[in-house]
Design a binder for this molecule. Structure first.
Ligand code: SF4
Length: 365
C-alpha cells in the first residue's frame, strides 16, 4: 500500500487538493525529510530557488493595552515601570530612506485619539513616500471600530486614504474557541478576524495571515485554522502570505519550551502543501531563528521576512534571535542556504534579484 507521502504526491501531481485527513496524516508522519522534499518541489514549481526578504522596520508604538491576554509578555498597564508610548516624531526617527516597509502593531491603547493613527500614517508618507505601511492587525481594526464608533469598513478606508498599504496577519492566533476562552477570552475570535480581512480584501487592501502554534493547540486545530484561511482565500484572493508563528514561552510559561525545529519545519511544509492558493509561505526568523530558517527554505518557505529593526513583542517573550539583521546578512543567509535572494517590498513586488555575485557586492549595505 502506498505511503501517505506517495498518495499525496500523486494527488498534487494531478492538481488535487489535500483534505483535512491528509493534512492530519502529514502531521503524524515520521518522514520529515520526505515531507520537506515534497513541499520544496511545490515551492520550486512556483518560485524556483528564490527566497524573498524585505528591508523593513517593525514599530510597536506602545505596550499599554486594555487587554491582558494570558499568553502575552508584551502588554502592560499605564503607570507600570516598563510601560512606554511613542510619539509620531519618535516613530519618524526610526524610519529612513532605505526602508521599503514599516510593520506597525502594538497594544490596544486606552486613550489615543483616532487622529493619532491617521496623522502617524500621513507623517510617514509625507517624509518617506517610498515606505509602504503595513499596519494594525484585525484585532486593532476591530478595537478602533468599537472605540471610535466607526464601521470597520470606514476605519480601513480612512487608514487607506492616510497611507495604509496592507494589513499584517497577527491576532489570528488559532481559530479555536477552546483556546480563545483559555488564553485570550476578550479578544476577537475567528469570525470577526476573518470578516475584517474579507472587508480589507474587498477594499483592495492586501493582507497577510498567521497561525500561533506550539502552545496548547492540537494538530486538528492547526489544520482547521489553515482550512479556514484557504476557504477565505478561495473567495477573495486577498492574502499575500501565511506565516506560522512559533509561540515564545517567555514568562507566561503556558508551555515550558518552544516547539522543536522539527515542529517548525513540519508546520511550514504542511502549510505549503495544504494552502495551495497562498502565494507566499514565510519562515519568520525572529521566532524560529536563523538556523531553522536556513532549513525552512528547503521545506516549502519562500520568504524569511526582513531586517525588522527593534522588534519588541517577541523579544518581550525572551526570543533568542538578534534584534535586527542587515540586508547583507539576509542575503548571505539565503545564499548560504543555496537559494537566490530576492528583495521585495511590502506587497511582494520585486526590488532586486541577487543572482550574481557582482550585483550582490554592489548592492549590499
Ligand atoms: S496579545 Fe495583543 S491584545 Fe492581547 S494583551 Fe497582548 S497586546 Fe494586548
Amino acid at each position: 500500500m502506498a505511503s501517505i507521502l506517495e498518495q499525496i504526491t500523486s494527488k498534487i501531481e494531478s492538481d488535487q487538493r489535500l483534505t483535512r485527513q491528509e493534512a492530519l496524516a502529514l502531521f503524524e508522519t515520521d518522514d520529515i525529510v520526505g515531507l520537506g522534499r515534497l513541499a520544496d518541489e511545490v515551492k520550486r514549481s512556483r518560485w524556483q530557488d528564490r527566497v524573498h526578504f524585505v528591508v523593513n522596520c517593525q514599530i510597536n508604538p506602545s505596550n499599554i493595552c486594555v487587554l491582558s491576554c494570558r499568553f502575552c509578555d508584551f502588554a502592560t498597564k499605564r503607570g507600570k515601570p516598563n510601560a512606554y508610548e511613542m510619539s509620531i516624531e519618535e516613530i519618524l526617527s526610526r524610519c529612513h530612506a532605505d526602508l521599503r516597509e514599516v510593520h506597525i502593531v502594538g497594544g490596544l491603547h486606552p486613550d489615543w485619539k483616532w487622529s493619532y493613527y491617521l496623522d502617524l500614517f500621513r507623517a510617514i508618507k509625507q517624509n518617506f513616500p517610498q515606505i509602504q505601511i503595513k499596519a494594525w492587525t484585525a484585532v486593532e481594526i476591530d478595537y478602533f471600530s468599537k472605540k471610535f464608533r466607526l464601521p470597520a469598513e470606514e476605519v480601513l478606508l480612512q487608514l487607506k486614504e492616510a497611507g495604509l498599504s496592507a494589513l499584517p496577519g497577527g491576532g489570528a492566533e488559532v481559530f479555536s474557541e477552546r483556546i480563545r476562552k483559555a488564553l485570550f477570552p476578550f479578544k476577537i475570535g475567528a469570525p470577526r478576524w476573518l470578516e475584517i480581512h474579507r472587508i480589507a480584501h474587498r477594499l483592495q487592501i492586501p493582507t497577510n495571515s498567521t497561525l500561533l502554534y506550539g502552545h496548547m493547540e492540537t494538530y486538528e486545530e492547526r489544520v482547521e485554522h489553515m482550512l479556514r484561511l484557504r476557504e477565505l482565500q478561495d473567495e477573495t484572493r486577498g492574502f499575500m502570505s501565511f506565516i506560522p508563528l512559533a509561540y515564545q514561552p517567555g514568562n507566561t510559561k503556558i508551555v515550558s519550551r518552544q516547539a522543536s525545529a522539527i515542529e517548525d519545519l513540519k508546520t511550514i511544509a504542511i502549510a505549503r502543501l495544504l494552502l495551495d492558493n497562498m502565494p507566499h509561505i514565510k519562515a519568520y526568523w525572529v521566532t524560529i531563528g536563523e538556523e531553522t530558517v536556513s532549513m525552512a527554505v528547503h521545506w516549502g518557505a519562500d520568504d524569511i521576512d526582513g531586517t525588522i529593526g527593534e522588534e519588541r513583542i517577541m523579544h518581550a517573550a525572551n526570543t533568542s534571535s538578534p534584534v535586527n539583521l542587515t540586508r547583507g546578512r539576509l542575503i548571505e543567509l539565503i545564499r548560504q542556504s543555496g537559494c537566490t535572494p530576492v528583495e521585495r517590498d511590502a506587497l511582494y513586488n520585486t526590488v532586486s534579484i541577487f543572482d550574481e555575485q557582482a550585483h550582490c557586492e554592489n548592492t549590499v549595505s
